[in-house]
Ligand binder design. Sequence first.
Ligand SMILES: Nc1ncnc2c1ncn2[C@@H]1O[C@H](COP(=O)(O)OP(=O)(O)OP(=O)(O)O)[C@@H](O)[C@H]1O
Ligand SMILES: [Mg+2]
Length: 324
Amino acid sequence: MSDDETPIFAAARQANEVLHGDAPALPRPAEPRIITIANQKGGVGKTTSTVNLASALALRGLGVLVIDMDPQGNASTALGVDHREGTPSSYELLMWEYAVEDLIQKSPHADHLFCIPATIDLAGSEIELVGLDYRERRLAEVLNKDDLASLGIDYVFIDCPPSLGLLTVNAMVAASEVLIPIQCEYYALEGVGQLLRNVELIQQHLNPDLAISTIMLTMYDGRTKLAEQVAGEVRRHFGDRVLKTVIPRSVKVSEAPGFGMTILQYDAGSRGALAYLDAAKELNTRSGLSFGNEAEPHESTTMPEDMVAPSSAGNEDNHVEDDR
Ligand SMILES: Nc1ncnc2c1ncn2[C@@H]1O[C@H](COP(=O)(O)OP(=O)(O)OP(=O)(O)O)[C@@H](O)[C@H]1O
Ligand SMILES: [Mg+2]
């Protein structure tokens, strides 16, 4: 933002530049980054973060592939790609029936944005996988960084279902990074201890290269003490793995998928869109950083299991109107 710009003007200019492809391209990572978005807690913003980060990076000139590993298919919907029953999808990828390049669909939202959709076929695959060879490595075996690079892909985001079952395990074995979205609400860290232990098990037995690189605070309502306290608690535990950019709670972010869009197409100048653009930029800047392999949080060795927000969180502040 230049000195003579008001914040609103700067936001409008940035949105305009991004949508018209005038925003400067972001530097490409040295090799494709494969990032799994996981949290077995439902509704914390996994899919929203996946599609919006993907869209933001693609609009800034990077090649991005989203692999939808959730039978709900919400990421496929938001990216505007076909995922009706019978469409070749992530199910066929796991079954080794098609290769990545045969399954990729181009999203209408950006030139460099691609998706392997999820169809309802994926719903039975948790059970089907149990009886297959390499059941935890089905995805890893067919996701190869050299092949991805030759397809012009810089980022792969794998959107996981809200469980720690075999679909999520496959996503973690195939990735080098895990991004955990944490909702700034009560019970924010519910189950995060279990998630960290699972990541650790996967590091020990299946994928030593996996690191929890990024924690993302979502649905932050700055007008509540609760959100501030949850964010503070998460930052104390995870230190600089937590993105500085926080995603605000905003009705527009939640409306966008209903129109088959991400927030960047739905309202590029909104606070939610600008936050995802900033988060994407920050994520890309961290390309060269090393996060180590340990799954334990930053400062303490154990996670306060199922921690809820501090008791003084001030309920009276929490019933405020949503911010569009
Ligand atoms: N920043 C936000 N502001 C307001 N609503 C949001 C925001 N982010 C996500 N939502 C809404 O919250 C709900 C849950 O988000 P989302 O589907 O991304 O979570 P999820 O973790 O993928 O859920 P699931 O576990 O079911 O896969 C959705 O209705 C979504 O539109
Ligand atoms: Mg989801």
